[in-house]
Structures are given as C-alpha cells and as structure tokens.
Design a protein around this ligand. Structure first.
Ligand SMILES: [Zn+2]
Length: 99
C-alpha cells in the first residue's frame, strides 16, 4: 500500500469518514489521502479519527480499514472498561469522552 497524496482539506460538501462513518460537515477539516493498493482510491478521515491515531501509535502499525479500525477501537474501550458487547456507537461515544 502506497500513499500518493496526503493532505488536510476543508470540506466543501458533506463527506462520510471512511473509518468511523461519522459525517464530515461542510467546513470541517479532514484528512484526504490517495492510496494505491492494487487499485487507486481516495480515503477520507475525520479529525476525530486522526486525533485517535495520533494518540494511539498502535493504529499506525496496521493497514486500517473499517473492520480493523472498529476491532482496535473495541480493544481500546475494553481497556477503559467498556463492555465487550457494546455497540459500535457506544464504543465511539466512550472514546469521544476519552480523547
Ligand atoms: Zn472518523
């Protein structure tokens, strides 16, 4: 996997974060990457995910797709006392309070 382009952009329209599926509102700053991995595709990441990855270096050592990301977030929240069977929304809510 190679990253051809990595830049922060200001959303001119609404986007969906490719990791947490959160809405990136018009005017929000988000990370835009062009990735080559067999195919070329664009990957958008919201500020919240970016902050999380900055704070927890273990996220940088894996190829993040939505499933891997959710698993890792789940692992983190269990460390912080969240129930193992929490919904992704509950997990995200807990993490939002932590960071
Ligand atoms: Zn996100």
């Amino acid at each position: 996997m190679d990253i051809l382009k990595k830049e922060f952009r200001t959303a001119r329209k609404e986007h969906r974060c490719d990791l947490c599926q959160r809405l990136i509102a018009k005017g929000d700053i988000y990370l835009y990457q062009t990735i080559v991995d067999g195919d070329i595709y664009n990957f958008k990441m919201c500020q919240w995910c970016y902050n999380l990855i900055e704070m927890y270096p273990e996220f940088r050592d894996v190829e993040l797709d939505q499933g891997t990301f959710e698993d890792m977030v789940h692992g983190l929240t269990q460390e912080h006392g969240c129930e193992a069977n929490s919904t992704p929304e509950a997990v995200m809510n807990l993490l939002r309070r932590l960071i």
